[in-house]
Structures are given as C-alpha cells and as structure tokens.
Write a protein that binds this ligand. Structure first.
Ligand SMILES: Nc1nc2c(ncn2[C@@H]2O[C@H](COP(=O)(O)OP(=O)(O)OP(=O)(O)O)[C@@H](O)[C@H]2O)c(=O)[nH]1
Ligand SMILES: [Mg+2]
Length: 287
C-alpha cells in the first residue's frame, strides 16, 4: 500500500483523528471521484459520530461524470452526509465546499466554523486547502504521504472566519478488499515503487473493458480483443512494442504502461467504482 498500515499505526491514526474531530464542527472527507468507495476509510463513519460530513468526490475531471452523479445521489441518502464533486484546483468549486460547510455548522457558532479535512493518501486534501487559501500553504505532490503533520489554516471572509485543518493521509482504505486494492493501485494511491504492476494491470484492463470498451480499444488501437486480463495485457504490450528477444511480450513493461496511463487519465474520463457493484453487498460498503 501507499503507506504501510499496521494495527499499531491504524490505532494511532484513528486516535489522532478522533481527537482532532472533537475540536471541529464539520468533517470534510476527500475521496477520489473515480473510486469513491475504494478510497474511503471503513472506520470514518464511526469516528465522526454525529458531526456533519461533506464528502468531496475530488478529481472529478478524471472521473466519468455520469457515474459521479449517481454516486452523489447514493451518498446523499445517508443521514448527515452531503456530497459534492469538485476539481480541487478550481477556486469556485472549493468555495462551494466552504459555503456548504458553513451552512452545515450549528447556527449559534460565533467563533467561526472549523472543519477538518481527512482522507486516505493522495486524494487531494492539501490541494483543496491551497485552492481555498489562495496560496500554497500546504505541500502537495503526486505520490502518497506528502503531508506529514496536521496543519491549521485560517481562511478569511464569511461570517467570522473559517478555520480548516489539513491532515496527513493517515486514514487507510479497506485493506481487506482486493478489488479495492487494485483500483487504488490503478489510480495512484499506492507509491509506484510499492506497486505490483502485474497484479493491478490485468484486472484493471478487464474492468475498463467492461465499462469503457471503446476507450480501451481506441487508446491501444486493438484489433483483437481478448476477454481475459493477461491476454488483453499481452495484446496491449504488442501494440506498444513491449517486446523482448524472440518477440516475447514484456508483461511487466506492458503492465507498467497501462497503470501509468490509467493514473494519468490518458484513456479519458473513467470511473472504476460503480454504484451497482456495491448495491447487493453489505450496506457498510456505501455507508
Ligand atoms: N486531475 C486532478 N488532480 C488533482 C486534483 N486534486 C489534486 N490533484 C493532484 O493529486 C495529487 C495529490 O494531491 P495532494 O493535495 O498532495 O494530496 P493529499 O491528499 O494532500 O496527499 P497526502 O498528503 O499524501 O495524503 C497532486 O498531484 C495533485 O495535483 C484534481 O481535482 N484533479
Ligand atoms: Mg497532503
């Protein structure tokens, strides 16, 4: 995984978030819009208790807009939760989250509204805060575990100020879900050096072929379309010239190319978590 999570780390992280949550009025959970379930933390619901929660489906520019709209509808059915899709680099969109947070906080607040931004690594928490602040207050980067410490930022304006805290990506995704792990790998929540490209790519290309057949065929100019992951990956490898001596496909190279291109959004706007995948599963998955 991005950050290695062990029971001790997870306990420390949940204790820290629990404590930080006591001092705020609203929780802002940042998710990757392409994988709103796979990028969520299974314990946050319990940790936040009755605090109002805004779920940001961030990186909406990379996700399938129609699927994102359905996720928003699904998530807003949950009590105390509002969901909004944004691109964290856009000021107007970040401002919408701020207004929503202020509107959700108890009205008697005179000291201003305080919000805590939480989420798994690399979903765009710090980017969102920088956009809101209008300057680079927090370090960002396209790899997990960039933020190391909690950081409070005062955003002027509004009723009487808005305080927002960035947190390191200490929350873990659902580690028991292999499918979720693959999707996290394909979208960049896992550091490249820790990523097993050959475990992720065959499943990811099959998932994509199921939902975005035309995009996959167009991107890799496929004439033959195998329906099995490794065969499909081999075909992509051939098209991309990932060949070793004797014309054997270099599967590792092919897998690396596919993972990098999915992460970068080169195939087009895609979503890897679909509401219907989770419909018949334990309700906890969408809670
Ligand atoms: N395409 C796109 N990229 C984004 C968006 N928001 C953030 N990013 C990129 O995602 C990467 C991670 O952003 P960060 O803000 O550092 O993520 P973080 O959640 O603070 O990560 P940690 O501190 O490591 O937990 C950076 O390369 C950002 O530029 C977005 O809305 N769209
Ligand atoms: Mg950060």
């Amino acid at each position: 995984m991005a950050v290695q999570w062990y029971p001790g780390h997870m306990k420390k992280a949940s204790d820290e978030i629990r404590e930080a949550l006591q001092k705020v009025d609203v929780v802002i959970e940042v998710l990757d819009a392409r994988i709103p379930i796979s990028s969520s933390n299974p314990m946050l619901k319990e940790l936040r208790g009755n605090k109002p929660c805004i779920r940001i489906l961030n990186k909406k520019d990379l996700a399938d807009p129609e699927v994102t709209a359905r996720w928003i509808e699904t998530m807003e059915k949950e009590t105390g939760v509002r969901a909004i899709a944004i691109e964290a680099l856009k000021k107007k969109e970040a401002e919408k989250v701020k207004s929503l947070a202020i509107s959700l906080a108890p009205s008697e607040l005179r000291r201003g509204v305080r919000a805590l931004v939480v989420g798994i690594p690399n979903v765009g928490k710090s980017t969102f805060i920088n956009t809101l602040a209008g300057r680079k207050v927090a370090k960002t980067g396209d790899e997990p575990a960039v933020t190391k410490h909690q950081q409070n930022v005062r955003i002027e304006g509004g009723r009487s100020g808005f305080d927002i805290s960035d947190t390191p990506g200490v929350l873990w995704p659902n580690l028991a879900d292999r499918r979720g792990g693959i999707r996290l790998g394909a979208t960049g929540a896992v550091r490249d050096t820790a990523l097993d490209f050959l475990e992720v790519a065959p499943q990811a290309v099959i998932d994509l072929l199921t939902h975005y057949r035309d995009l996959v065929i167009a991107r890799y100019k496929l004439k033959v379309i195998p329906e099995e992951g490794l065969d499909l990956l081999a075909e992509i490898g051939k098209k991309r010239g990932c060949l070793r001596k004797g014309g054997i496909v270099d599967m590792h190279k092919a897998a690396e190319i596919v993972c990098k291109e999915i992460k970068a959004g080169d195939l087009g706007r895609i979503s890897l978590d679909w509401p219907e995948d989770y419909k018949n599963e334990d309700k906890q998955d969408i809670d």
